[in-house]
Design a protein around this ligand. Structure first.
Ligand code: FAD
Ligand code: FES
Ligand code: FES
Length: 487
């Protein structure tokens, strides 16, 4: 069954969209169709946060609760709003009374020209909806995707830390049950579609509907968070004829655990699985916190990160080092392969026509297994890696390395293991001498390229030094080797 409209709550009003080009972003919809120009456009590529809005949706685990998240409206396709509430800056204040989040920003002198202010307000609003007394690191995490060119961050951060706890008595809390009931009804509608300018969007609700759509000609393009794909529209000015949105497919938005592995649905956003991975692999949790910004992690997915097949995607090297597997699905038939075997050449993968990534299986650690991860980028937050190193090391009781996988991103056309360096370490103890040999062997594993992010020489030197850093960290856990307080 198909529903030929998109329906969502714009603040507290149900809106129905039809006859609108599905290549339209939420930002364009707000500014050019609704004339809600409070939401600003800065970069149109997810980098500045000026366009931040908040989306409330039914909580994945407790359908009787709302989950509020900040997103970049400039890289979100409008069709993905179906069944959700879109909250914009215009709607925060009640009559003449500013929302607590806004008032505290004013009280702290957190705005000068005001261009970035709506974005900061919305990021802070989303944070306070979940966390009444956020700590400074939590505030930094929530605001890491918002740039301000004139006020300076101190007063903005102070405002977010000191926002009073009664954010809970705002109009959104007062309308909570009505919003919940409306979204529940909208979610019961059949799979929504949108057609405009001869372009099509469809949001299947389960795998059978997805498989059906993928079998049609012309072949559609899959979109999950859109944080990679939407850039082709906003930056390269491409148009996409047919989009199939997988963020509503229930089998792809699950997370499950067995005794031995964590199974993550390909369309589940990072924010919804980061805690589980952090629990088992602290380095991985810390690294995911540096993928894009909070807004990007609230929509971006593991399936999109792997599916994009970028040589500088952050998750593939980590997954390869962990020996993770992925399940691919085509027309009712599934196969499970190592993530390592997915990548063939630059942007080439083993994915067949109509096939999609269903889930990613990550083994849980056993005793004496360690994962060390290093993301090298010019900025700490919201930056693409020049090099990503992921080292999985298993040692026996004599500290002999019995299992090693060293995987790198940014060093070749695909994320790849360093087999020569691994061979040096396998079966030996980690010593200064074996580190020197592994570093030399690494030079035979890769011939990195130079680009705007880093030169070939820098990439090789930093990759070699990361093996040494890993050695030092494993030798002595008390030496501080990482930046832990950066603001
Ligand atoms: C400001 C900004 C910062 C970023 N920072 C980082 C960063 O630090 N590290 C990093 O690694 N990435 C970063 N990215 C890139 C991006 O956010 C990630 O790659 C993200 O994981 C993509 O997921 P998505 O769901 O948004 O993918 P989408 O854009 O929806 O899809 C990406 C591609 O994968 C395909 N695809 C999606 N799902 C599937 C599936 N289930 N099966 C098969 N194919 C699929 C799509 O067709 C598309 O070709 C950043 C992006 C932005 C805009
Ligand atoms: S306009 Fe810069 S993140 Fe959207
Ligand atoms: S107040 Fe001017 S950009 Fe932030």
């Amino acid at each position: 069954m198909i529903n030929s409209t998109i329906r969502f709550l714009l603040n507290n009003q149900v809106v129905t969209l039809e006859n609108i080009d599905p290549n339209l972003t939420v930002l364009q919809y707000l500014r050019e169709i609704q004339f809600n120009t409070g939401t600003k456009e800065g970069c149109a590529s997810g980098d500045c946060g000026a366009c931040t809005v908040v989306v409330a949706e039914l909580d994945r685990e407790n359908n009787d609760q709302l989950y509020y998240k900040s997103i970049n409206s400039c890289i979100t396709f409008v069709g993905s709003l179906h069944g959700k509430q879109l909250i914009t800056v215009e709607n925060l204040k009640e009559k003449t009374k500013l929302h607590h989040v806004q008032q505290t920003l004013v009280d702290n002198h957190g705005s000068q020209c005001g261009f970035c202010t709506p974005g900061f307000v919305m990021s802070s609003f989303a944070l306070h909806k979940h966390n009444k007394t956020p700590t400074r690191p939590q505030v930094l995490e929530a605001l890491g995707g918002n740039l301000c060119r004139c006020t300076g961050y101190r007063s903005i951060i102070e405002a977010a830390i000191t926002t009073s706890v009664d954010v809970d008595d705002d109009s959104f809390s007062q309308h909570y049950q009505t919003t919940l009931a409306t979204l529940t009804e909208l979610q019961k509608l059949p799979a929504p579609t949108l057609t405009g300018n001869s372009h099509h969007f469809i949001a299947p609700k389960n795998i059978d509907e997805l498989v059906y759509e993928l079998a049609q000609e012309p072949k559609p393009i899959l979109v999950a968070g859109g944080t990679d794909l939407a850039l082709s529209v906003t930056q390269n000015l491409a148009t996409i004829d047919k989009l199939v949105y997988i963020g509503n497919v229930k089998e792809l938005t699950n997370i499950e655990q067995t005794d031995t592995e964590i199974v993550i649905g390909s369309a589940l956003p990072y924010s919804q699985f980061i805690d589980v991975l952090h629990h088992y692999y602290p380095d991985l949790g810390e690294m995911i916190e540096r993928i894009g910004s909070k807004q990007v992690r609230n929509t971006g997915t593991l399936g999109g990160n792997i599916g994009n097949a970028s040589p500088i995607g952050d998750m593939p090297p980590a997954l390869i080092a962990l020996g993770a597997t992925m399940t691919l699905h085509v027309n009712g038939v599934e196969r499970t392969i190592l993530v390592e075997d997915y990548f063939v050449d630059y942007k080439k993968t083993v994915l067949k026509p109509s096939e999609f990534i269903k889930s990613i299986q990550i083994p849980k650690p056993t005793a004496n297994q360690t994962l060390k991860l290093y993301k090298i980028s010019k900025r700490f937050d919201d930056d693409i890696s020049a090099v990503l190193a992921a080292f999985f090391i298993e040692q026996d009781s004599d500290k002999k390395i019995i299992n090693v996988r060293l995987a790198f991103g940014g060093m070749a056309a695909i994320p790849k293991r360093a087999s020569a360096a691994e061979a040096v370490l396998q079966g030996n103890t980690f010593t200064k001498e074996s580190v020197v040999k592994a570093k030399l062997a690494l030079a035979t594993d890769f011939q990195p390229m130079s680009d705007v992010r880093a030169s070939d020489k820098y990439r090789m030197t930093v990759a070699q030094n990361l093996i040494e850093k890993c050695y030092l960290e494993l030798q002595c856990h008390v030496i501080e080797t990482r930046v832990v307080n950066y603001a």
